[in-house]
Design a protein around this ligand. Sequence first.
Ligand code: WQD
Length: 344
Amino acid sequence: MAKRILVTGGTGYIGSHTVVELQNSGYEVVIIDNLSNSNIDIVDSIEKVSGIRPAFERIDCLDYPALDALFTKYTNIEAIIHFAASKAVGESVEKPLLYYRNNLVSLINLLELMPKYAIKGIVFSSSCTVYGQPDELPVTEKAPIKKAESPYGNTKQINEEIIQDTIKSGAPIQAILLRYFNPIGAHPTALLGELPNGVPQNLVPYLTQTAIGIREKLSVFGDDYNTPDGSCIRDFINVVDLAKAHVVAIDRILENKQKEKVEVFNIGTGRGLSVLELIHAFEAATGVKLSYQIVGRRAGDIEQVWADPEYANKELDWKAETSIEETLRSAWEWQLKLRERGIQ
Ligand code: WQD
């Protein structure tokens, strides 16, 4: 009997890629999503990629009674991967209460219900944003947590503390916190990818929309940073490599391999790439010339961050393997497919 996993936010960018990798590993998946930042067609796309249609329920994690009923309908859920959250840094500054309510209460509801339904563990979608601008690079899991630069980043920090405190209080559950760096790219089938609502906030979707002509020019937010070419540096990780890290984390919980009841891992490539280097890598990988301009810095951006992934590599026996060129090609193929389908 396949083990059943609940994926909240499973029709989202990282969530949908993770559902496919869970299915590829033999897990049965139940998706819940309120579709506030994704759409139901993603369930069809997941089925096209994996050949298996996941169960789907349109549920908001803020809706405690609906969540309670879900666990009665889908019994024997062994573990949860919790993606569902608001995640736009800029929007969180304008609407902090929406972010605090959505991102904190959703998690609290799940943690309260897990013991009631004997759900063993939770894999939480955290972020390198908890480190702020690290004092030392590459950044390890031992780096100090810095004051968040945005309510979004603060909710990630508070979520991690809520999980730590809940388990410290004796709750019969376990957790693995995955601190992502910058997820980019799309599934190699070009049937799944990033589908931002409206004007993309993140670099790569804005870049591919510029390359295909939806946007006139990509603005590079600053080239006067203290970096080799003046633009910010990030650790861009392929979304499928990131998805696979979640499957490894679920395996680790269900196979009782955890060494602590709460474990934290940096999920990055260990390679820092600047914004300008990424632009040039895109042009080289796709042969597509990109129109861009240097403009002023974006408020809240940190200068440079990339992971030391050694702990995850060794402890999880997981490594980001996809090259930046292949990843950027996958993002471009996805953008072309969206145009072919008349979606963007
Ligand atoms: C990357 C770099 C920008 C757009 C955030 C969150 C992180 C995660 C990913 C959710 C920066 C520059 C961007 C553009 C640009 N969120 N840029 N022109 O801010 O590193 O991370 O999104 O999972 O938790 O913090 O990602 O892609 O917005 O920016 O020059 O049009 O690209 O200044 O240096 P970021 P990003």
